[in-house]
Design a binder for this molecule. Structure first.
Ligand SMILES: Nc1ncnc2c1ncn2[C@@H]1O[C@H](COP(=O)(O)OP(=O)(O)OP(=O)(O)O)[C@@H](O)[C@H]1O
Ligand SMILES: O=P(O)(O)OC[C@H]1O[C@H](OP(=O)(O)OP(=O)(O)O)[C@H](O)[C@@H]1O
Length: 206
């Protein structure tokens, strides 16, 4: 029996494949998948889904293991075992906005894909803010007057820069994480351990 791994489609999928390749796994079947959403490889079955759905498939035990951004775990708090950080998908969450802009709204209004993370962050600092939930291109919100600021992922900072926005507060650093279903970890330990252990690499500080 092979384990089932749920992979976040898109950006993390590409980085995970490069990671697998660096560990000498044969990723040819994954590279050739076309539009298929399930692929069998020598060591595991892979299924491809959006990040939050990866967490759902793992929570329900459909997938034994998942590769997902830490932002998804913090925002949705799925009931899964958060096993280990992975050396890709590195970025940070930040509050950003226009450099000099006075707040337009009486109560600071924040646009974000991450309402739960945002509410918690400001609550812990004794501040109550209004949240506008968006699904993408969050940087538009302050430019168009929908919100004062945003809470979003920053990697290179190019998206902020090219839209005339600046980081106002660094919130936290995040990376991709390897998660696991709680029962799978107990019942399928023998087949999961070699895979999980192979993902556990020490990062070299430079
Ligand atoms: N610019 C970035 N640099 C590095 N990692 C990122 C960046 N943006 C997102 N991520 C990480 O990659 C994960 C997947 O992001 P991605 O943008 O591919 O999917 P998404 O946010 O669900 O968007 P889409 O709706 O386009 O699929 C995020 O959960 C986050 O952890
Ligand atoms: O600092 P950077 O390297 O510019 O990366 C940050 C951008 O990447 C993500 O957006 P994504 O490309 O996923 O598009 P989205 O706005 O539709 O979520 C994120 O939401 C930022 O907009």
């Amino acid at each position: 029996m092979k384990p089932v791994i749920a992979l976040t489609k898109g950006r993390l999928e590409k980085q995970f494949l490069a990671f697998l390749e660096s560990l000498n796994y044969d990723i040819q079947p994954l590279k050739e998948k076309g539009r298929k959403l399930q692929v069998e490889t020598e060591h595991f079955y892979a299924v491809f889904a959006k990040g939050v759905d990866v967490a759902t498939y793992v929570e329900h035990g459909i997938a034994d293991i998942g590769i997902v951004g830490e932002d998804i775990l913090l925002e949705f708090e799925p009931d899964v075992y958060d096993l280990l950080p992975l050396p890709f998908g590195k970025c940070r969450l930040a509050v950003a906005g226009e450099q000099k802009a006075e707040n337009k709204f009486a109560k600071q209004r924040i646009a974000t894909k991450f309402p739960n993370i945002t509410t918690k962050y400001f609550r812990e600092r004794g501040k109550s803010v209004d949240i506008v939930k968006l699904e993408g291109s969050v940087e538009l919100a302050p430019l168009l007057g929908l919100a004062d600021d945003i809470v979003d992922i920053v990697e290179t900072g190019n998206t902020l820069r090219e839209n005339g926005l600046v980081v106002k507060e660094e919130m936290l650093s995040i990376s991709a994480r390897c998660i696991a279903n709680r029962n799978s970890l107990k019942l399928k330990k023998a087949i999961l351990a070699p895979l999980i252990d192979s993902f556990r690499i020490e990062e070299v500080a430079i």
